[in-house]
Design a protein around this ligand. Structure first.
Ligand code: 5RP
Length: 273
């Protein structure tokens, strides 16, 4: 692997422990102003410093993130559908590699929809993006999106993750599932997991993260369970504890409770000022 490629991957998956906390805020690309991401700059600012990398689209990066940030950018470059459309899998490339370079992106992210009507189109887009990025030493993150009609089980996710790696993805984002170690075993590149819809109990998010790491995930690409929380700083710090400090669920919950009190105090003093 070329030096530039290795160097960029090391910014995403930290070489000290081969783990990663990627903060996902790209949801608006098909969901619009999602709950608690209505004003991205406000959502992103307090939690950005605790993320190893930020997954985002170019429009929100340009308008809502301070360019002085040292947090590496994982730029989502696929899209073209919306929640109101009839088929979310009909995605294409929406941002050129040239613009991604102009934005100093460290990694590019693209969704693939294995088993959908647009399987071929999204897989060929992934392969083409890897070709284009290889030239500049830029890694590609394949996002294994799951269509409504698909089951998120180890059989399906193994297929989607393996195909991503076969087509050249350097990192794969998928979902945690039963027998997750099978998914990891069949995929020769690092796998990170999405958090999914907001869960009502924080402890369940910590359990999901712990189980994923325990079964071989290299980290998380998490969004809603962090920034839809009333205490996003406490959430991301607790997730970090599991990913980077090998904390168990109980220890992560302790981090959360301690940080939640601090966050409450900070929120109080911001309101009174
Ligand atoms: C949307 C995405 C998200 O970035 C990804 O699903 C992670 O976010 P969350 O933890 O909220 O599921 O790729 O397509």
């Amino acid at each position: 692997m070329d030096w530039g490629m290795k160097n960029r991957i090391s910014k995403i998956i930290r070489p000290e422990d081969n783990r990663c906390v990627m903060l996902a805020v790209d949801h608006g690309y098909f969901l619009g102003p999602t709950e608690r991401l209505e004003v991205p700059a406000i959502t992103i600012k307090p939690i950005l410093q605790y993320a190893d990398s930020l997954m985002i689209t170019r429009g929100i990066l340009r308008t809502s993130v301070n360019p002085n940030t040292s947090v590496p950018i994982v730029l989502r470059v696929s899209g073209g559908t919306s929640i109101t459309g009839d088929d979310l899998s009909n995605e294409s490339i929406t941002t050129s590699v040239r613009d991604a370079i102009a934005l100093n992106a460290t990694c590019l992210a693209i969704s693939i929809f294995v088993g959908s009507k647009y399987e071929h189109q999204t897989l060929v887009s992934l392969a083409k993006l890897v070709d284009d990025c290889q030239r500049y030493g830029i890694p590609v993150l394949a996002v294994t999106a799951v269509g409504k009609e698909m089951v998120r089980d180890a059989r399906y996710l193994s297929l989607a993750c393996r195909i991503s790696a076969e087509l050249g993805a350097h990192i794969v984002k998928t979902y945690y599932c039963e027998n997750f170690e099978k998914v990891v075993e069949g995929c020769p590149v690092p796998i990170i997991i999405a958090g999914g819809k907001k869960m009502s109990k924080e402890i369940d998010v910590f359990q999901l993260t712990y189980d994923a790491i325990d079964h071989g995930a290299s980290g998380v690409d998490m969004g809603r369970n962090i920034w839809q929380s009333d205490y996003p700083v406490a959430m991301i710090k607790a997730i970090r504890a599991i990913v980077h400090n090998n904390s168990n669920v109980c220890e992560a919950n302790d981090v959360f409770l301690k940080e939640k009190e601090k966050e409450k105090e900070r929120n109080k003093s911001t309101k009174s000022n």
